[in-house]
Ligand binder design. Structure first.
Ligand SMILES: *[C@@H]1O[C@H](CO)[C@@H](O)[C@H](O)[C@H]1NC(C)=O
Ligand SMILES: *[C@@H]1O[C@H](CO)[C@@H](O)[C@H](O)[C@H]1NC(C)=O
Ligand SMILES: *[C@@H]1O[C@H](CO)[C@@H](O)[C@H](O)[C@H]1NC(C)=O
Ligand SMILES: *[C@@H]1O[C@H](CO)[C@@H](O)[C@H](O)[C@H]1NC(C)=O
Ligand SMILES: *[C@@H]1O[C@H](CO)[C@@H](O)[C@H](O)[C@H]1NC(C)=O
Length: 502
């Protein structure tokens, strides 16, 4: 660094001597060229010529005219530099951040590889055409001062696919401006001065961005001329309503976030049969939506609602139905935690569902299927708990009874026909360990046991409640179950009645 300062001073001092040595000329040239010359390099198989950020008013001589990517951004060009004419293989021409305001030169029609022309951040105030046909696919005209777009401006760009006109001063577009841009796919018109959605024709357009445009009205037919439109971004505008029957046969994504919309009707989306993504964040909705607003939108799958101040006043059933419509798996709502009441104060921060349930149905759970399931689970738990408690009690009771002698043998008398139903009972003597369930007779001694089992039709036959137990009880008796009274190992006889038939 120091040499940069010292060397010129030294040279100046030595000047008289050096002149004769012929060194001055070379050194003076170096001083002039403090900005390095353009760089040429290969990247991704493309030849780059980078002359950006050099305060150039014109291009230097002797450039590599075979360059495919020509970077001239952030210079002081006021016109297209004349040497451009000698390039022909350019695929990307970046002239952003200059002072251009002239129509693109006609020789660009010979650049058959031209894909991207970047004229962002220049001084264009109108955009028009010279009549030549260009091969441009991506055109960036953002950050200019364009307020007039000629009706024919893009008719000579049949390959145009991506057009960025954001941050200009456009307040309207001629209806036919894109009618011959047959490949236009993405159009960015954000940050302009539109007051309504322009209804131009574009058979190919799929994505339209009109964020931050001060749009306050929207014609019901504004999208009809865009027969392929999939997504429209109208966020950050001043729309207060969606026109009833806003129509698009193709639209899938509707971004209306950060507007001033405060209500939907059953016709808001009724003519958008393919609606799938709906962004309604930051609007002024208070009344909770009804599911009927979406009855024509079977493909709806992604809904954003954050930043609305929902009122649960009145506690309409929509609180519950819409909540379920939006959250039922697969959940449509992306920000589920935003389905909360803002007012009235006694339910602030409660979800729509909670607010509804707490107000009107304090004991009911969310829906009939859930109620049934909960009831069944309750019954099953009841059965298990009851049977455990009963056995515990039996064991305790038995421990206070006098010990009985262990049985010698087992008398099994099943008559060989035990499997058929409805017959007389026989008595079995089965030796079992102390830790197994009590006999029926023992159980009968216990009032709680009787009343519990009577209430459970699966265990007790209502018609002959005291005569026999069903075969399931045998299983109970013969399988080992760990129980409270496990430590005792007394063997004792147990009488079992089994139903067999003759
Ligand atoms: C560009 O090419 C033309 C011939 O095609 C030639 O006359 C002209 O001098 C060239 N310009 C530059 C700046 O090299
Ligand atoms: C470009 O701007 C200059 C002044 O800045 C003006 O004289 C000229 O007419 C403009 N050209 C076009 C095509 O708008
Ligand atoms: C055009 O250039 C600007 C700034 O130089 C850049 O931000 C933008 O991404 C470029 N546009 C395209 C389409 O490459
Ligand atoms: C809608 O627009 C807002 C603001 O421009 C953006 O943040 C958001 O991501 C967009 N929503 C969707 C679903 O793309
Ligand atoms: C909340 O207040 C409203 C009246 O503003 C009343 O109708 C409702 O029952 C209250 N809800 C609860 C859960 O207390």
């Amino acid at each position: 660094m120091a040499s940069d300062v010292i060397l010129p001073a030294l040279l100046l001092w030595l000047m008289p001597t050096l002149v004769s040595a012929g060194l001055v000329k070379r050194q003076a040239d170096d001083l002039e060229d403090q900005i390095p010359p353009c760089r040429t390099y290969m990247m991704d198989g493309l030849l780059y010529l980078d002359c950006s950020n050099r305060e150039l008013k014109e291009l230097p001589e002797e450039l590599d005219y075979n360059a495919q990517v020509l970077l001239l951004s952030n210079n002081n060009f006021r016109t297209f530099p004349p040497q451009l004419e000698n390039f022909s293989r350019v695929e990307t021409l970046d002239l952003s951040r200059n002072y251009l305001n002239h129509t693109i030169p006609s020789y660009l029609q010979n650049w058959v590889h031209l894909q991207t022309l970047n004229l962002s951040n220049n001084l264009y105030d109108t955009w028009t055409t010279t009549g030549q046909k260009y091969y441009i696919k991506n055109l960036d005209l953002s950050k200019n001062k364009i307020n007039v777009v000629d009706e024919k401006a893009f008719t000579t760009m049949p390959y145009l696919y991506f057009l960025d006109l954001s941050e200009n001063r456009i307040n309207d577009l001629p209806a036919g401006v894109f009618s011959e841009a047959d490949n236009l796919d993405t159009l960015i018109l954000s940050r302009n001065y539109f007051s309504d959605v322009p209804s131009f024709q574009s058979p190919s357009l799929r994505s339209l961005h009109m964020s931050s445009c001060q749009i306050a009205t929207m014609n019901v037919d504004s999208l009809v001329g865009m027969g392929s439109l999939l997504a429209i971004d109208l966020s950050m505008n001043q729309l207060e309503e969606i026109p009833d029957n806003l129509a698009s046969e193709t639209l899938q994504e509707l971004n209306l976030s950060y507007n001033s919309i405060n209500m939907l009707t059953d016709n808001s989306f009724s003519s958008l049969p393919h609606l799938a993504v709906l962004d309604m964040r930051g609007n002024e909705f208070r009344d909770v939506w009804a599911t009927s607003h979406f009855s024509s939108n079977p493909f709806l799958r992604e809904v954003y609602v954050k930043g609305n101040r929902w009122s649960c006043e009145g506690f309409s059933v929509n609180l519950l139905l819409t909540y379920e419509f939006l959250t039922k798996e697969p959940s449509k709502i992306v920000d589920r935690e935003s389905l909360i009441c803002y007012s009235p104060s006694n339910v602030t921060q409660l979800s729509w569902q909670q607010a509804y349930i707490r107000t009107w149905h304090p004991v009911e759970s969310s829906s009939p299927p859930f109620t049934t399931i909960a009831l069944m689970v309750g019954v099953i738990i009841g059965i298990v708990v009851t049977s455990c408690v009963c056995r515990g009690l039996v064991a305790i009771t038995r421990s206070s009874e006098p010990a009985r002698p262990p049985p010698e043998t087992t008398v099994l008398n099943l008559n060989g026909t035990a499997t058929e139903p409805r017959a007389e009972s026989v008595i079995l003597r089965v030796p079992i360990r102390e830790d197994l369930p009590p006999s029926y007779d023992e159980a009968l001694l216990m009032p709680r046991l009787n009343s519990s089992f009577h209430s459970l039709p699966d265990f007790v036959d209502e018609e002959e409640p005291r005569n026999y137990r069903r075969s399931r009880s045998i299983g109970d008796l013969t399988e080992h179950r760990p129980r409270i009274a496990d430590r005792r190992s007394l063997r004792r006889p147990v009488d079992i009645r089994i139903t067999i038939d003759e």
